[in-house]
Design a protein around this ligand. Sequence first.
Ligand code: ZN
Ligand code: ZN
Length: 675
Amino acid sequence: MYNCSILNKTRTHSLKAFLHSLSTSSKNPTKFRLDFITLCSEGQLKEALSKFQPKTGSDQTIFSLQKNPTSFSLLLQGCVPLQSIALGKQLHSIIVTGGLSSDRFLCNHLLNMYTKCQSLDFALQVFERMGSPNTMSFNILINGFSQKGELCLSLKLFDKMPEKNLASWNAVISGLTQHGFHENGLHYFSEMRNSGLIPDQFTLGSALKGCSGIRALKLGQQIHGNTVKLGFQSNLFVGSSLSHMYMKCGVLDEGERVFRAMPIHNVVSCNTIIAGQAQNGQSDRALDYFKMMKASGLMPDRVTFVSVISSCAELATLGQGQQAHCQATKAGVDLALSVRSSLVSMYSKCGCLADSYQCFIEVANEMDTVLWSSMIAAYGFHGYGREAIYLFEKMVREGIEPNEITFLGLFFACSHSGLKDQGLEYFRLMSEKHGLEPKLEHYTCMVDLLGRLGFLKEAESLIKSMPFKPDPVILKTLLSSCKIHGDAEVAKRVAEDLLLMEPNDSAPYVLISNIHAASKRWEDVTRVRKAMRDSKVKKEPGISWIEVKNQVYKFWMGDKSHPQWREIHRFLKKLIVEIKEHGYEPDTSSVLHDMGEEEKEDSLAHHSEKLAVAFGLMNSPQGCVIRVMKNLRVCIDCHVAIKLISKITMREIVVRDASRFHHFREGSCTCGDYW
Ligand code: ZN
Ligand code: ZN
């Protein structure tokens, strides 16, 4: 990197000498000029200056300037990549003393230099002293303010402009959409269209960004049409923005189609498609595109790794996550805080809390809210409520301001550790002390906390007290608490509300039917199941998966497609006989089907999590931790069974279900039978 301080020491003398030699150099003026332009454009001002030796007195240099405004402008441009505001000011003062402060050409270069060196105040001074700013002067300043987020100033200038061109509109629209004012940006976009101007790639990119921001699919599709008409569909920038817009609006295949139709790709376009897949829950696809990106020789950056590591976290594929960690280290971005935060979450979601902590502690001196929140959430996810609270208190003490995500992690931690009083206290402090209004997600966590501990009426009235309407998730949360505590009365009320909202969702039917089944009210069970059949609701199938030797194996109930299924079933049968000797009694109360006891037991034995655990035990050496993931919550029967399996096989078994982590060791689980 270029050393500015050397330049600062020598610049006064050598700059004048340089400017002087500029006017007196006569040896080979063309070569001289080319060298000069190259050095300036590369930002090698020091080298440019060192090429010239002082020859005569320096007073003449200022006069010589008037003859060379172009060369002078190149010098001003050269200040930008160096961000050398000091040199820029020096040049500015020479302009003033040279009596050139009204030269519009040079003033525009001064404006450009000051705005791009982030000195907007100086830029404004230059602008105000200009006799007659032209459209370009306005554009430079508007762009400077827009980029910095000073949108009021930029819009004021825009309104004052006597004549606006495409660049003026682009500056305003991009400023607005970049700073989250998507609707305003799109408003200016449509005004621009009405004024008859034809958009270019920058206008289209910004307008598409606006559409992504507010998920305006219809408008986005119209702009897609414009793009094709104007011949920009192969443009890398416009193509990436289009693809991004479709992904943000959840139209994945169209986003992929646009991406694939692009003739070339760069890191940004690849990041768009990878992040788009990851954020839409298509973690497998995200990793596929990552492989494609590497195969095409593009170097992934920190943005890529954040998406890739989060995808590994979602899939809970530890092996792939570790590989991504190594690759991020090789790429030199593993210490970037965004990458660190995703590593903390990834290791936590893959069941390796110790690795999460290691990733956190190596950079914990950084005052980064996201990083600390990730670690708090990691503790919560593993049921370490007190550790989460300790870290939260430490965070606040050290002056790192918690945000809404931090509180979500903290409430989750309290909820999953049964820390009711602390949870309620932090819920109060969230708005009173930290000025953050709880959102629906925060209320959901609190309902979970109260519900799990059996305070169902309190949870119900908390929902009623919310300043907004409940959503299906919060009602389902309360409903599953009703199931745990067998409260048919609250359950009925909640289920009715829920079925009004989502008549085709199986979850409320299953939950109500389970509540009835647990209290052996078979008539009610039959009634609910009939209602479920009548509305053609299907229960979401439980799927469990396990990674063995870098390969992921999926299991679901009754699936016989696995090549080893006979062996797995035989192995499982033997295990169940053994755990029965240790007191396991199949809990058939939650089985939905009309069948005999034996059949019920059989269907329990074939639950996906049991199959995956059995497969893991068969295919890994003693001492190796079994890590199983499940898309739904672990059922009570499997929970009991796996506890005993961990005891008799002397293996550590980690199960991540839809709700949390369970570490089974020596016959007990870290969740304390509470999930
Ligand atoms: Zn089960
Ligand atoms: Zn558990």
